[in-house]
Design a protein around this ligand. Structure first.
Ligand code: PBG
Length: 354
């Protein structure tokens, strides 16, 4: 960053010199400049507004469970339910009608589906793949996104295979490729590897190319931090009680920022179409750095814990729920994001559509 020097120029204008650059007059002094002029009325504010939130910006994460015509609430995510495949398809029809461009599927798997070899992860008839097919039939215009990681099917709750206490990389990547291919075969439009293994984007991209899935996009969970904000999600998918240890050897350290740029560069080179930062609100600086550095389609995940804290405060009457929902999401746009995965998606769409 160039050092800023502030001073007066001969025309009595305040100017700012970035070291090594020519003088740039910026603001006339008060009262010639009164910044409140541009905030005086809704019309002036509308003219001056740089960023807006639209329905086009939304990706809606949903939880799928076994059964028919049923849904169960998730205690730590007020307003969110796990839905059976038919109910998820119905929700997708409504989302499509509201103009939400994409829906993202997460499975809630029973204990019997969780094994050491994670074989259910690439079963063509697992919950995710059933949901993909049901949504494609019911709501063909909405883009379907998936999650690629072994945790819903792993006996120990980790995103990769565990050998002697270590989460092993390369063997996991082979499994993730099979998982991604099964999702693409079922009709997924966007694959979302959330596992944070090294080399998975290249491996998945190569497999997609060689299996006739050239047009399937990859939205890489590129800068995914080892975060305590995932707590309610782990309740939602039944992983909280299963997980042994933590995910610190594969998810990013919350103290790091430069590493996110290295990961983005790596994932782009390997064939990612879109980049994700996760969680969202505590990592807006990372969103801005990534957007400024690469200018690629950039998304943030406003995760379960962010949703839970806003909802909890709203339910207690401590915050205006609708207003903080909109303000928090606008913050992502201002930080450079092209879209946001948010559990608020249907509520936002309803509000924006009037
Ligand atoms: C699992 C996965 C997680 C989330 C999305 N995919 C949790 C984790 O990494 O433990 C979190 C989403 C949320 O908190 O809303 N691979």
């Amino acid at each position: 960053m160039p050092r800023l020097v502030i001073g007066q120029n001969p025309c009595d204008q305040v100017f700012v010199i970035a070291k090594g650059e020519p003088m740039k007059p910026t603001l006339a002094p008060f009262p010639a400049t009164r910044l409140r002029r541009m905030r005086k009325s809704p019309a002036m504010r509308a003219l001056a507004r740089q960023n807006t939130l639209t329905v086009d910006d939304l990706i809606w994460p949903v939880f799928v469970m076994d059964g028919t015509d049923d849904e169960t609430p998730i205690g730590s995510m007020p307003g969110v339910t796990r839905k059976t495949v038919d109910r998820v398809a119905k929700a997708a029809v409504e989302a499509q009608a509201m103009g939400i461009p994409a829906i993202c599927i997460f499975p809630y798997t029973g204990m019997e589906a969780r094994t050491e070899d994670c074989a259910m992860a690439w079963d063509p008839d697992n919950l995710t793949n059933q949901a993909i097919r049901a949504i494609k039939t019911a709501a063909p215009d909405i883009a379907i996104m998936t999650d690629i990681a072994l945790d819903p099917y792993n006996i120990n709750g980790h995103d990769g295979f565990v050998e002697d206490g270590e989460i092993v990389n390369d063997r996991t990547v082979e499994a993730l490729v099979k998982m991604g291919l099964a999702q693409a075969d079922a009709g997924a439009d966007i694959l979302g590897p959330s596992d944070m293994m090294d080399g998975r984007i290249g491996a998945i991209r190569q497999a997609l190319e060689s299996h006739g899935h050239q047009n399937v996009a990859i939205l890489s969970y590129t800068a995914k931090y080892a975060s305590a904000f995932y707590g309610p999600f782990r309740d939602a998918v039944g992983a909280s009680s299963v997980l042994t240890g933590d995910k610190n050897t594969y998810q990013m350290d919350p103290g790091n920022s430069d590493e996110a740029l290295r990961l983005v560069e790596r994932d782009l080179r390997e064939g990612a179409d879109m980049i994700m930062i996760k969680p969202g609100m505590p990592y807006l600086d990372i969103c801005r750095r990534i957007k400024d550095s690469f200018g690629v389609p950039t998304y943030a995940y406003q995760v379960s814990g962010e949703y839970a804290m806003l909802q909890a405060a709203a339910q207690n009457g401590w915050l205006d729920g609708e207003k903080v929902m909109m303000e928090s999401l606008l913050g992502f746009k201002r930080a450079g994001c092209d879209g946001i995965l948010t559990y608020f998606a249907p509520a936002v769409a309803k509000l924006l559509n009037g």
